[in-house]
Design a protein around this ligand. Structure first.
Ligand SMILES: [Zn+2]
Ligand SMILES: [Zn+2]
Length: 351
């Protein structure tokens, strides 16, 4: 059995970079040599043990990664040794009511590579052919590792049905919010507003997209400010990507803020996986006869993200604040935990 190096979460809050057995491929799988892998907010939950017992240790996380195919099983048809690939980590069952309607993100037993089974924080990984997306070699391979997080942004746009002239507000300027910003900017040239409580994150977004408006919710009432920016009309689409929100005195919670920020018959799209219920005033929604939609992972938007990378309509480097050697993975997780204002996407660079 060949061995490889991998970042193994051996206890909660403790990674070890160590030798493990290299995975073997099934007939329908390719062996991918990982080039870059991104650390996601979900990985931070796994790290802290917050996904237990869904995720148990010892475990190799990593669901945002790209690399090169170095071997293929006999039944792999469309991919070849040497191809650069991004990996869609979603494993759906195909049999539940949602899957039978081809609505895979809502699969009742949805699993993810790197969350439910070992993922891409190792030198090699076996991946079924249907989860592979080829990325042109003209695209830097570290950009290919961002396809997963960018696809989250495109999926949110699709769920919220963002149209060409829509005005959009995004609550939360973290990894997910900034990915949504990138996708939104491929859809609409109209007003886009970002809200956060960390100036550094808002400034980062603004430095790459100077035409957006930013609101620091600790200093300004975000709903009032959105109304002001849109001339009293409210936005067409409001997206909540705050996650575990912090209550700010005198402000409504982000989902209710989204409802208050949209025009009549507008759309609210929610993504944050907070653990606490949020109070909403339903008549604020009903008077507007507005829609709330939820967005989870992605659903085929890998292709759209890759196409936009190839067209040059995205700014993938705007998401990346740090590139680390995978042996430094423990430091990466501590940086994200201790200085959230200084770090967005951390990429691990293999080989
Ligand atoms: Zn992720
Ligand atoms: Zn299913």
């Amino acid at each position: 059995m060949e061995t490889m190096n991998a970042a193994v979460l051996e206890e909660y809050r403790r990674f070890n970079w160590k030798k493990v057995n290299q995975p073997e491929i099934a007939d329908n799988e390719a062996l991918v040599k990982v080039a870059f892998a991104g650390i996601c907010g979900s990985d931070q939950h796994i790290f802290k043990g917050e996904f237990h017992p869904r995720t148990t240790i010892p475990f190799i996380p990593g669901h945002e990664f790209a690399g090169t195919i170095i071997a293929t099983g006999p039944n792999v048809e469309k991919f070849h040794i040497g191809d650069h690939v991004a990996v869609d980590p979603i494993i759906w069952c195909g049999k539940c009511p949602a899957c039978l309607r081809q609505h895979y993100p809502a699969c009742s037993s949805l699993k993810l590579l790197g969350v439910d089974v070992n993922g891409g924080f190792g030198e090699y990984i076996n991946v079924p052919e249907h989860m592979l997306y080829r990325v042109d070699k003209s695209i830097p391979i570290h950009h290919a590792a961002l396809v997963e997080v960018l696809s989250i942004g495109f999926h949110a746009c699709r769920r919220a049905n963002v149209q060409k002239d829509d005005t959009v507000v995004i609550w939360g300027a973290g990894k997910v919010g900034q990915s949504i910003l990138q996708a939104v900017r491929t859809k609409t040239t109209n007003t886009v507003i970002m809200i956060d409580i960390l100036d550094k994150r808002l400034n980062l977004a603004k430095s790459h997209y100077p035409d957006i408006f930013t609101i620091n919710a600790t200093r300004e009432n975000p709903v009032d400010r959105v109304k002001e920016i849109t001339g009293g009309k409210g936005v067409d689409v409001a997206v909540e990507a705050v996650g575990h929100h912090v209550e700010i005195e005198g402000r409504v919670n982000p989902v209710r803020g989204c409802i208050q920020s949209i025009r009549g018959a507008g759309t609210v799209c929610v993504l944050g996986l907070g653990d606490e219920p949020l109070p909403l005033l339903m008549k604020e929604l009903i008077w507007k006869e507005a829609k709330i939609v939820a967005s989870r992972v992605s659903h085929g938007e890998f292709a759209e993200a890759i196409e936009n990378l190839e067209k040059g309509t995205l700014k993938p480097d705007a998401l990346v604040t740090d590139v680390l050697n995978p042996a430094q993975i423990q430091d990466g997780f501590m940086m994200l935990e201790n200085e959230p204002e200084n770090h967005l996407k951390i990429l691990l660079k293999f080989d």
